[in-house]
Design a protein around this ligand. Structure first.
Ligand SMILES: [Zn+2]
Length: 152
């Protein structure tokens, strides 16, 4: 549940509220967000402080992917996270951590009290926000299995 702690830190340090202002947060973290036409199934990538997100996504999906990429930035290899990292990083684990971070970041401490629309996230991701809230306190030891797409 390290992602939960990191997200809570960001909420505190950057005085976040619902819906989370990702544009301001990214800027304050020194991250640039660009739209970039990836090949294949990649949806987002973060390289040297630049978050790239595939064009043509709904606003809510765009927001989720930016939060997910910030998760990689906060949780994984510092300022740089790119394809080659997957040679040694446990891909599925890192993806799940980034997903959980995104849920805590965009949901905040009581995201389950809001709607997906109020949080500005896709409905299927809102289910994750609620699921994590239901898991109880950090360290409760429950592991959830999330469907993981092969993406960075
Ligand atoms: Zn990812």
């Amino acid at each position: 549940m390290f992602g939960k702690v990191k997200a809570a830190d960001l909420w505190h340090e950057h005085k976040l509220s619902v819906p989370v202002d990702l544009k301001r947060l990214s800027a304050e973290l020194g991250l640039d967000v660009v739209v970039f036409p990836f090949q294949g199934r990649l949806k987002e990538v973060i390289i040297d402080g630049v978050i790239g997100v595939r064009p043509g996504l709904p606003r809510s999906s765009f927001r989720w992917l930016v939060a997910h990429a910030i998760g990689h930035h906060m949780l994984h290899v510092g300022t740089s996270f790119y394809l080659e990292s997957w040679q040694w990083v446990n891909h599925a684990k890192a993806e799940r951590q980034a997903e959980e971070f995104a849920a805590w970041l965009l949901g905040g401490p009581d995201g389950w009290q809001y709607t997906a629309k109020e949080l500005g996230i896709p409905y299927d991701k809102f289910l994750l926000v609620r699921l994590l809230a239901n898991q109880g306190a950090p360290g409760s030891g429950r592991q959830i299995a999330l469907p993981v797409e092969p993406r960075v």
